[in-house]
Design a protein around this ligand. Sequence first.
Ligand SMILES: Cc1cc2nc3c(=O)[nH]c(=O)nc-3n(C[C@H](O)[C@H](O)[C@H](O)COP(=O)(O)OP(=O)(O)OC[C@H]3O[C@@H](n4cnc5c(N)ncnc54)[C@H](O)[C@@H]3O)c2cc1C
Length: 439
Amino acid sequence: MVGTLHIIGGGMAGLAAAVDAVGTCKHIVLHEAGSVCGGRARSYDDKHLGCRIDNGNHLFLSANKAIFRYLNLIGAVETLTGPKTPLFPFIDVLEDVRWTLSLSRGKLPWWLFQSHRRVPDMRLLELRSLYKLLVATRNTTVAECLLPGTFSQRLLMPFSISALNTSCETGSAALLGAVVRESLFQGGNACIPWFVREGLSETFVTPALAYLRYMQAEIRLQSRITRIDVSQESPPHQRVTALHTTHGAIPLTQDDQVILAVTAPVAQNLLGEHIPHFTTPTDFESILNLHFRLDTPPVPLGSLARCGFIGVIGGIAEWIFLRDSVISVTVSAANRFSDDNLEHLVHRIWYDVRRACDSVLSYPLPLDPPAQRVVWEKRATFAATPLQNHLRPGPTTLLTNLVIAGDWTSTELPATVEGAMRSGMKAVEILGLKKPILH
Ligand SMILES: Cc1cc2nc3c(=O)[nH]c(=O)nc-3n(C[C@H](O)[C@H](O)[C@H](O)COP(=O)(O)OP(=O)(O)OC[C@H]3O[C@@H](n4cnc5c(N)ncnc54)[C@H](O)[C@@H]3O)c2cc1C
């Protein structure tokens, strides 16, 4: 084998790069700083709840081509679950209105002309918001594109806050437009919701590591890269000559290459001194996840039974997922709650859960919140504002043997698993590595 490909970071971007590159002419070494891979999409055993949970609920769409390519390569596509049709149950807890958004599968949006399939009380005129998002310029915010009405309130705003993890007032319309272009605009077949059946690690990490090890890649856990050395030549001939880890230095040969798939602040630390004017996003948004453990698994009814989740409008909770006896709640763009009293917040969110679920479960939920785990991911994603979007660097750098990847690089998508994986796959392509067998 000619040379080694060092992949730094075992999150979704690094794993996707490794899975795409393994089997090429390069020996692959994946360096992950933590004791497990997965990064911001991982599962763990929670002693307090006595079960395994994910750091946060993740929802994907059938439009996510990179995710499905990756899962096919590692043989884990069957670990996803969902309604297998473009259905999204919602409740507006303020107005006490329930509906199930039911998109037609093809590109022609027939669902818009059937009132029982669309957002209640929406006017067709409001669809102009979609057009405004599609043609938005780089500095436009989502709020500037949304026309008043229930289509915005009950669909575009919740869709935006989940996709961008940023408020509509500050979120980039161009980034949301890119998501709309790849999903809603392609018709219902591109909008089928999927989520993991068992856990994020069981879907994205464990099968990927098994595949990589089978393909003779080397996985080094607890291998943090602390510094990189760069050759003294002047650009464009500069290259990485060594990686420093907590266990010592790894010299790189002329044939070795590097994919740096770490978080934005770590990339800034490692590359900032070597690459003049290297920028990365600097503002981040948090995501709050609450996992409630019930004594007995409730039986879901109706659309909740069919889909396994429900969207909530008008409360603090935004998405509620039911998996056996665990009810998990997601609140995006959660920096706005950072000064709130946590106990009070948990009670308000549990109140939303009861409003949303009581009448669609086989038994009413307890009045008080049951045992719970709060996971507050402070730097869940970069803040998807126009300004932060400008700061995202492209994959190539002045260093000829190093390419960067990660959800924060300029993928033209917001920070999502799809964006992270695309960036990892793009990095492999830029380095000219191709699998001998096409899948
Ligand atoms: C709570 C939550 C909910 C989310 N929901 C969704 C969703 O519904 N749908 C969706 O598509 N996306 C969602 N996301 C976003 C998605 O999880 C991320 O976009 C994606 O996981 C980012 O992957 P990444 O590889 O770019 O970065 P990371 O996951 O941050 O991976 C970077 C890796 O690099 C490692 N590392 C860091 N420094 C070093 C070093 N010096 N040396 C070696 N290794 C290092 C880290 O330990 C980490 O494993 C969510 C995120 C969170 C937090």
